[in-house]
Design a binder for this molecule. Structure first.
Ligand code: HEC
Ligand code: HEC
Ligand code: HEC
Ligand code: HEC
Ligand code: HEC
Ligand code: HEC
Ligand code: HEC
Length: 314
């Protein structure tokens, strides 16, 4: 079996693309030519898997059944193949997150075991595997379609530096979700209005996105002492970019709205500056006016007075 896999791998890398497609147990021949969407267990799914994009992706070398372990042979063999017990168990823990094939969604575990364990231990994974809900993020919520995954450095990857804020925002920008989980601040709004967010939008490469402060596979609740943004941990987190960050400095950044006092203090300061400018301008104008008056009117008056006094010399 092992040697067979090796043989087909060798064939795969030496064969031209068209022959390559046939080696995918034919799955892709059918699925590449399918255009439609179908309703499957109440959810709308797309059956098309684009052969070119698939082969250009990170996993393009793998046969479909590497993840779709349930489907032994073509087209969809039933009953299922024997699935290893850890994948079987995991697929049951996350099944409410899958549209069609929970086994495929669990199969990432085979090759990305450590990452998967981190995600399961994160606030997102616990939401799914422990609370049995489907609001939390699993692999595909952040990485996009399982068939077209590319490295994060690829500009089109949803976790690329320039897309990741939007990817987190798919969920964290939803008001209902924040309310449901007692998140009182609008984190997307406060980020985009923050100094960091503005710099990021302007294309500053070193400005932090969500993941520079929160991490990604192991994101923790912000009141969990192991969160990188919990209390004193911030010194290290901010310190990655701000050398010499201390406790006072790291208190400067938060998603929370500035309280009413700083707000009015800021408005007050603006008002004060504006009145000072207005006063200065007015002062200069008045000064100029009095100069003009002095030069033209007063001189004339003085001349008149001089004439008058000359006439009255006794
Ligand atoms: C003869 C054409 C054909 C071949 C070959 C084929 N499929 Fe499908 N596939 C379909 C059709 C039609 C559907 C629509 C729903 C159904 O009938 O199950 C489908 C649905 C699916 C689904 C979603 C629904 C489900 O049952 O989970 C997956 C996943 C899937 N196929 C994977 C595969 C894999 C993996 C292979 C290769 C082992 C493969 N298909 C080979 C025609 C095909
Ligand atoms: C890296 C793992 C992986 C590989 C390789 C893979 N798939 Fe999938 N596929 C998945 C996952 C995960 C899902 C989504 C399961 C879910 O949400 O229920 C999926 C879903 C599907 C679906 C259903 C569409 C949908 O929206 O749920 C079809 C059809 C499908 N795959 C066909 C294929 C074919 C054909 C190949 C080979 C060309 C292939 N897959 C290779 C992981 C993979
Ligand atoms: C059969 C093994 C295998 C399976 C199953 C598998 N992967 Fe991968 N994956 C790999 C390999 C190999 C790489 C390339 C590693 C590298 O370049 O560092 C990779 C890379 C990745 C990358 C990083 C992209 C890159 O190139 O930097 C992501 C993201 C990823 N996989 C997600 C998934 C997800 C999600 C699943 C499940 C739907 C999955 N993988 C299933 C083997 C697998
Ligand atoms: C909350 C979003 C999120 C979830 C959920 C998520 N990832 Fe990632 N993943 C990322 C980000 C962000 C990166 C790194 C981007 C970068 O390098 O800048 C990444 C990178 C990766 C990499 C490349 C190696 C590395 O660690 O940097 C692999 C492999 C990977 N993810 C696999 C997975 C698998 C498998 C799952 C599901 C068990 C998963 N990811 C779930 C956001 C996520
Ligand atoms: C699929 C939706 C989804 C995506 C995508 C997502 N999240 Fe979340 N996130 C949630 C949900 C739901 C919770 C609350 C889970 C719970 O409490 O059970 C949460 C919780 C969090 C928390 C903890 C909040 C607290 O209460 O302290 C942080 C931090 C977080 N997410 C950051 C991120 C970041 C950063 C990204 C992008 C890399 C991201 N999330 C992507 C759904 C998502
Ligand atoms: C400069 C670091 C930094 C960046 C960038 C950042 N955060 Fe935060 N985040 C924090 C800190 C610190 C907290 C702790 C609570 C607070 O001060 O608001 C937090 C709290 C949170 C919470 C919990 C809020 C609550 O009230 O429970 C969520 C959710 C969250 N962040 C998501 C995000 C998302 C999504 C992004 C990207 C759009 C992001 N964060 C960008 C530092 C950051
Ligand atoms: C990924 C790197 C990175 C991280 C992490 C980071 N920052 Fe920044 N920060 C920047 C950059 C870049 C600027 C803009 C510098 C400039 O253009 O002058 C900036 C600017 C600032 C500013 C305004 C200008 C200044 O230097 O006084 C403050 C305040 C600040 N950051 C606080 C924080 C705090 C607090 C944290 C941790 C919660 C943090 N930063 C985390 C990169 C980062």
């Amino acid at each position: 079996m092992k040697s067979l896999a090796l043989l087909s791998f060798l064939l795969l890398i030496s064969a031209p693309a068209s022959a390559f497609a046939n080696d995918f147990s034919g799955c892709i021949v059918c699925h590449n030519s399918m255009a439609g969407r179908i309703i499957y267990n109440g959810k709308e799914i797309a059956l098309k898997v684009d052969a070119d994009r698939y082969q250009a992706s990170t996993h393009g070398f793998f046969s479909c059944t590497e993840c779709h372990e349930r489907f032994g042979e073509n087209p969809h063999a039933a009953p299922a193949e024997v699935i290893s017990s850890d994948i079987e168990k995991l697929s049951k823990r996350i099944k409410q997150k899958a549209d069609t094939d929970a086994v495929a969604l669990a199969a990432c575990y085979k090759c990305h075991t450590e990452t998967y364990n981190q995600v399961l231990g994160s606030i997102h994974g616990k939401n799914i595997a422990d609370k049995k809900l489907s609001d939390g993020a699993l692999c595909l919520d952040c990485h996009g379609s399982p068939h077209y995954i590319t490295p994060a450095s690829d500009r089109s990857s949803p976790v690329n530096q320039w897309n990741v804020v939007e990817t987190c925002g798919k969920c964290h920008g939803k008001e209902g979700l924040a309310k449901k989980y007692g998140i009182e601040v609008n984190v997307m709004k406060s980020y985009t209005e923050s100094f960091h967010g503005k710099k990021h939008i302007l294309g500053h490469k070193k400005a932090p996105t969500c993941v520079n402060c929160h991490g990604y596979h192991n994101i923790k609740s912000t009141d969990n002492p192991s969160s990188p943004v919990f209390g004193i941990n911030k010194i290290q987190t901010c310190g990655k970019c701000h050398k010499g960050a201390n406790e006072k400095f790291v208190a400067a950044i938060t998603h929370k709205e500035a309280g009413p006092i700083p707000h009015y203090a800021e408005k007050g300061l603006i008002l004060l500056t504006m009145s000072v400018i207005a006063f200065t301008v007015l002062h200069v104008l008045l000064e100029a006016f009095s100069d003009i008056r002095d030069t033209f009117f007063r001189r004339r008056k003085e001349e008149d007075e001089d004439e008058e006094s000359e006439q009255h010399i006794p």
